[in-house]
Design a protein around this ligand. Structure first.
Ligand code: NOJ
Length: 745
């Protein structure tokens, strides 16, 4: 009977009974197909499907697997990552399809975090655009280019809320805010996966790192996480949930523990919350060797035990620990796991392969022509430029001798362009740049020269990202002295943020700070373009340099985007998604903090404060200037009190009172004044983009309901409590106008 079904099934594949145009009914059909494949599988074949191995074209973790071709042939691999390119992927897919008994195709994963070859801004920078449409489009195009290069699975979006900029991976996420982070999570899943995973341009997404990986003590990579259940549920969990609700195909468990239980072996997380409460029906993959790391955590007694704990917790696929391959059979014999559990995990993996259309056509995303046409196509480059421009934040533009330096006048003749990022291609790509091609990157020097061929733009590196070498200072200073203006391109290198790149000091690295001090002594006007994968402590710059832009690491089109912003062809509109502290001692610092019992009062020492630093950040969450200015007036609420079923309309006016047209991101914050548990002083609840010509005024409105007022109360129920609320609107989390309303019983 088994043989007959096998023949029938194989012929289904061979004669191409295609799963195209999947709808709900065909999802049911997928379940039937999955069951029929499963019924043909041996235990070894099943265990093979739960094994994810790394190829050797990139290294994103501590070890590699040299034997993977043989393992694929022998059916010991369900998915592979760190291999790409149509030729390479075709070869491996052929190995799987032509050599294994059931011809089950492979998944091909990779960290396509902000583009595959055409690189968009790092996520932290792109989030500063607050432009969900553009973020979704970047994800859609990243998927298009990645799939044209043979991939069908990306390990993104990374949605870890992060409040400590020492942690290097803040570069990969959307910053400190849960509301914004959740919307971005959804936009990215939609962008990667589209409406139908069977479409060859879509890629299965993987939300990570579940959960709360973004809160390691001291900002130190891979460190312990611990927090109250309330903070966990309210601040850290919602972005993962948003990705699940958007239909994300897979979830990656994180390296960290939470409340003493490592996430990769955490049943409460992987089964109770993820599957039972949230209804997630995709599969969960571990992070790189995080299954066997349960031993180091002191949670598993040995590798075999780590496999038992992981599978029992609900972890379906093992990335690079080889624990499932080595021990699942034994664990089954010993009765420590059941075949039913293995079957469930295998079914989830097979289901995704069906959804991706791989059973119907294992080569669906393997097409030489598409690889050539789509990689670095105009569509990619246009989005890289458009997104890079939107991501730039103007931190300050103070008067210099009674005038603003930005936008830069095209009649300025001599420009000294100084700094390690000025004529640099590699570092502009940012961390996790997949297969980004540095040769395609437009440097800032190139961007400026192309933008204004009449100016004389000369370059000096001045300083490096590391070390103490000051030998470049003189050249830089001499160049500065003979120029009309200095533009400094400073910040972090690609290695100074991202995974395994936590820093205990987040000032300008190397001798760049000293270089800036030397340049300031020349008395020449200076513009600083700060590029980094995290907020930096740049208080000195804020006091001494009139104009500062924060430009993350912007990817392939960085130099052109920065030139367009500097010259005012594009009016900057980005807003920070992470607070910039003044100094390390203020960390963790984030806008939605609590009031405390002794809120700060100037000159009163017995209130919450430092004796050697202000409490306020250097630049707050939501902050970013424009070449024009906006005023907020006339805040009105439709009612002064609402019932639980009512809606409240919040209306106000924004006016452009400057000389340039520009875009403002109007932000809505709420404060619940009294609760059964204390509430933050402000919480973002909405934002809108408004484009205004000079002198133009527009009315903007938000509508909220009691849903927007909910939180986990004293009994951990998610409710809105009656009482008084404050409403704030404005252009950042600090400069706001406000009003009040009441939620009635
Ligand atoms: C480890 C990282 O934590 C994770 O984000 C990444 O997806 C995997 N390595 C695979 O490269």
């Amino acid at each position: 009977m088994k043989k007959l079904t096998l023949i029938l099934f194989t012929s289904l594949i061979l004669f191409g009974i295609s799963c195209s145009k999947l709808n709900n009914r065909s999802i049911d059909k997928i379940d039937i197909k999955v069951d029929s494949v499963l019924s043909l599988m041996t235990l070894d074949e099943k265990i093979g499907q739960l094994n994810l191995v790394a190829g050797n074209m990139d290294q994103t973790g501590p070890n590699t697997n040299k034997e993977y071709e043989k393992d694929i042939k022998d059916g010991r691999v369900g998915a592979i990552f760190n291999v790409f390119g149509v030729d390479n992927i075709r070869k491996l897919q052929e190995l799987a399809v032509n050599n294994t008994r059931l011809r089950i195709p492979l998944l091909f994963g990779y960290d396509v975090i902000h583009g595959f070859k055409t690189i968009f801004p790092i996520p932290l920078a792109e989030a500063c655009s607050w432009n969900l449409e553009s973020i979704e489009n970047s994800a859609r195009l990243a998927a298009k280019e990645a799939t044209a290069n043979g991939l069908n699975w990306t390990f993104d979006p990374m949605v870890d809320i992060a409040r400590d900029p020492r942690w290097g991976r803040v570069a990969e996420g959307s910053g400190e805010d849960t509301y914004l982070g959740s919307l971005i999570a959804k936009a990215k899943v939609k962008g990667f996966q589209g409406d139908n995973l069977n479409d060859p341009y879509t890629i299965a997404a993987c939300v990570k790192h579940f959960a709360a990986y973004g809160a390691p003590f001291g900002g130190r990579e891979y460190n312990t996480v611990d927090m109250s259940e309330r903070v966990f549920r309210e601040t850290y969990l919602p972005p993962y949930k948003a990705a699940i609700d958007a239909g994300v195909a897979t979830v990656m468990s994180s390296f960290n523990e939470i409340d003493g239980v490592p996430c990769t072996g955490n049943k409460q997380l992987l089964t109770k919350i993820l599957r039972n409460d949230w209804g997630f029906d995709g599969f969960v993959v571990s992070d790189f060797t995080s299954v066997k790391e349960l031993v180091n955590h002191g949670y598993a007694s040995d590798e075999k035990n780590s496999g038992e704990l992981a599978l029992n917790a609900g972890l379906d696929m093992d990335m690079m620990s080889n624990v499932y391959s080595n021990y699942l059979k034994k664990l089954l014999d010993e009765g420590k796991v059941t075949e039913k559990q293995i079957n469930e995990s295998v079914k989830r993996v097979l289901k995704l392969k069906f959804k991706l259309g791989l059973f119907a056509n294992p080569y669906l995303r393997i097409d030489d022509q598409k690889e050539k046409e789509i990689t670095f196509s105009k569509e990619m480059m246009n989005q890289a430029l458009s997104s890079a421009k939107k991501s730039i934040v103007l931190l300050q533009n103070n008067d210099y001798k009674g005038k603003k330096l930005l936008p830069l006048s095209k009649s300025i003749k001599r420009i000294a362009l100084i700094g390690p990022l000025a004529n640099n291609k590699v570092d502009l790509l940012g961390c996790w740049n997949a297969q980004g091609d540095a040769s395609k990157v437009i440097t800032i020097l190139e961007g400026l020269k192309a933008n204004n061929p009449n100016a004389i733009i000369e370059y000096a590196k001045g300083a490096d990202f590391v070390g103490t070498d000051e030998s470049g200072f003189n050249l830089a200073k001499n160049l500065a002295l003979k120029s009309d203006i200095i533009i400094c391109a400073i910040g972090e290198s690609i290695e100074q943020n991202g995974e395994a790149a936590s820093r205990s000091d987040i000032g300008l690295p190397g001798v760049q700070q000293k270089l800036m001090e030397e340049l300031a002594k020349t008395g020449k006007p200076i513009i600083a373009v700060v590029m980094a994968g995290r907020p930096l402590t740049i208080e000195w710059l804020s006091k001494n340099i009139p104009s500062i832009l924060f430009a993350g690491h912007l990817g392939t089109m960085a130099g052109k985007a920065i030139a367009e912003v500097l010259y005012g062809d594009y009016n900057p509109s980005g807003k920070l998604v992470m607070t910039f502290p003044r100094n390390i001692g203020q960390i963790p610092i984030f806008y939605n903090a609590k009031n405390t019992g002794r809120p700060f009062i100037a000159n009163d020492p017995y209130t919450t404060r430092y004796i050697d630093s202000p409490n306020e950040p250097l630049y707050p969450f939501g902050y970013g200037l424009s070449y024009t200015s906006f005023t907020y007036t006339d805040l009105r609420l439709s009612k002064s009190s609402i019932n639980h079923n009512d809606t409240l309309k919040i209306t106000f006016s924004i006016k452009n009172i400057g000389k340039f047209e520009g875009e403002e991101t109007a932000q809505l914050y709420i404060r619940d004044l009294v609760g059964s548990v204390t509430r933050p002083v402000k919480e973002l609840k909405g934002f809108k983009k408004v484009f205004l010509k000079p002198e133009e005024q527009k009315e903007v409105s938000f509508t909220i309901t009691q849903n927007d007022l909910r939180f986990y109360d004293a009994n951990m129920n998610f409710v809105a409590e009656p009482g008084k609320f404050k409403v704030f609107v404005g252009g950042n989390s600090m400069d706001l106008i406000d009003s009040n309303f009441e939620l009635l019983n």
